[in-house]
Design a protein around this ligand. Structure first.
Ligand SMILES: NC(=O)c1ccc[n+]([C@@H]2O[C@H](COP(=O)([O-])OP(=O)(O)OC[C@H]3O[C@@H](n4cnc5c(N)ncnc54)[C@H](O)[C@@H]3O)[C@@H](O)[C@H]2O)c1
Ligand SMILES: N[C@H](CO)Cc1c[nH]c[nH+]1
Ligand SMILES: [Zn+2]
Length: 432
């Protein structure tokens, strides 16, 4: 099901890697053109367009776009006690980790009468997208809301697709998670129309400053299209797992972890990078044994047989590390004799899961880390969702006469070198 490609003896250039491990073909650029008319319709017609477009895609129209607050409380009251306890523990751990991410304000004295302050300010209002097409994601409520709250955002709107089995409301566990987190503004809207609702605002839902959260290609495309009107987090596409392992790894565990992420999406990528041909064979055999009978077997098979999923056998672990860095996976698991030595050389991965007892599903739900992570190689230049995603740095410049006088000649010289004499004049006028 999962194809083995033996790269031993091959020089692995970027081109080789791209040919043996192509990313899933998710054409966000093309999808932007598909969603643009939907965005324009919502901008022009407001809430009724959100409901009508949603009815077309989701096959159900909620009575109200905004979920009534008593429904949130009812969903929490009806929540399975085990799920409630697990959510509470996930929230507790996530709050601890995300509180620790809040950067401290600082004051830098650069000389007499010369001070610059760095202040971190939360954005005013955020829109948090919780996917709900193929699967529903109460855990993504936690992953969006906790960092926003840790940053001190005062106005939070959560939106998630209407569910046919629930009279057009978002899934009840999504609603219960919102209630547990103290969020009372929840909308039954998904896809591009939900992103337009948040970006432009509609009756009953004022526009937001930043939109975050994972979603399918239409959600990603809509976020890209409204960037500028609002801020967005990194694009989170189909899930990806890469496992870097040697002959110390447990093949059954590695197989289970690879399968776990493949159940998200037929385009999900599961990749094993190993210097052990024996482990490669054992993991493939384990996959053949574990997949039959899985709840989402069809989807898992599609993802594992796609060109984006592979077992790569490499000459040695150093080559494996180079491949992992070039691939820049959303999640990277390390199962080797010396995990810390490998970790020290990993530069590109959305999140790194170190050792056999740190599997990706731990991070998906309960480790305290965030599961909204950069996919499609964007871990090279962006971070997963975190507290800083909801903060802006405001610098405050406090110079007195002495501090400015000290720099007068230099600033005027620089201004003149740029041909911007009025800039220099604005300094000189204070001392002439
Ligand atoms: N990286 C992460 O943190 C993370 C977390 C959870 C899920 N995910 C990913 O998020 C994705 C969720 O996708 P999903 O589809 O299940 O849910 P979704 O909520 O992203 O999308 C569902 C919505 O898509 C819209 N839609 C469906 N077909 C459309 C079409 N033809 N044109 C325009 N709009 C259309 C509908 O409005 C529907 O409500 C998966 O790829 C999953 O792997 C990522
Ligand atoms: N693995 C997903 C991100 O790629 C997140 C998730 C949510 N629930 C289960 N998994
Ligand atoms: Zn997952």
């Amino acid at each position: 099901m999962l194809t083995i490609t033996d790269l031993r003896g091959t020089e692995i250039t970027a081109e080789v890697l791209e040919s043996v491990l192509p990313r899933a073909e998710v054409d966000v650029t093309a999808a932007v053109e598909t969603v643009r008319p939907l965005l324009e319709r919502v901008r022009a017609e407001g809430a009724s367009a959100v409901l009508e477009i949603g009815e077309g895609f989701d096959g159900v129209r909620p009575a109200l776009l905004r979920v009534a607050p008593d429904k949130l409380q009812r969903a929490l009251d009806d929540l399975d006690p085990d799920v409630r306890a697990a959510l509470e523990e996930s929230i507790r751990r996530a709050r601890l980790v995300h509180a620790a991410q809040r950067p401290a304000d600082s004051t830098v004295e650069l000389g007499e009468g010369a001070v610059v302050e760095n202040h971190w300010l939360p954005v005013g209002r955020v829109g948090l997208y919780v996917p709900g097409g193929r699967a529903v994601y109460p855990s993504s409520v936690v992953m969006n809301v906790v960092p926003a709250q840790a940053a001190g955002v005062s106005s939070l709107a959560v939106t998630s697709p209407p569910q046919r089995d629930h009279h057009g409301d978002p899934h009840p566990v999504v609603l219960a998670a919102c209630a547990l987190l103290g969020v009372d503004e929840v909308y039954a809207a998904g896809g591009a129309q939900a992103i337009a609702m948040l970006a432009y605002g509609v009756e009953g839902c004022p526009g937001v400053d930043i939109i975050t959260g994972p979603g399918n290609v239409y959600v990603a495309a809509a976020k890209r299209a409204v960037l500028g009107t609002v801020g967005i987090d990194a694009e989170a596409g189909p899930s990806e797992i890469a496992v870097l392992a040697d002959d110390s790894a447990n093949p059954a565990w590695v197989a289970a972890d690879l399968i776990s992420q493949s159940e998200h999406d037929p385009m999900a990528a599961s990749v094993l990078i190993t210097n052990s041909a024996e482990l490669a064979d054992q993991v493939v055999a384990e996959i053949e044994a574990q997949v039959p009978g899985a709840t989402l077997e069809q989807q898992i098979r599609q993802a594992l047989t796609g060109p984006q999923s592979r077992v790569l056998i490499v000459d040695d672990l150093d080559t494996g590390i180079a491949v992992a860095n070039a691939y820049a996976s959303e999640h990277l698991e390390i199962h080797t004799h010396d995990n810390e030595a490998v970790l020290a050389n990993i530069s590109n991965a959305g999140a790194v899961f170190v050792g056999p007892y740190s599997p990706v599903p731990l991070g998906d739900y309960s480790s305290g880390s965030n599961h909204v992570l950069p996919t499609s190689g964007s871990a090279r230049f962006s971070s997963g969702l975190n507290t800083v995603s909801f903060l802006r740095l405001q610098q405050r410049i406090r110079y007195q006469e002495t501090g400015l006088k000290e720099l007068q000649r230099g600033i005027v010289a620089l201004a003149h070198s740029e041909g911007l004499h009025a800039h220099g004049d604005a300094i000189d006028i204070r001392f002439d």
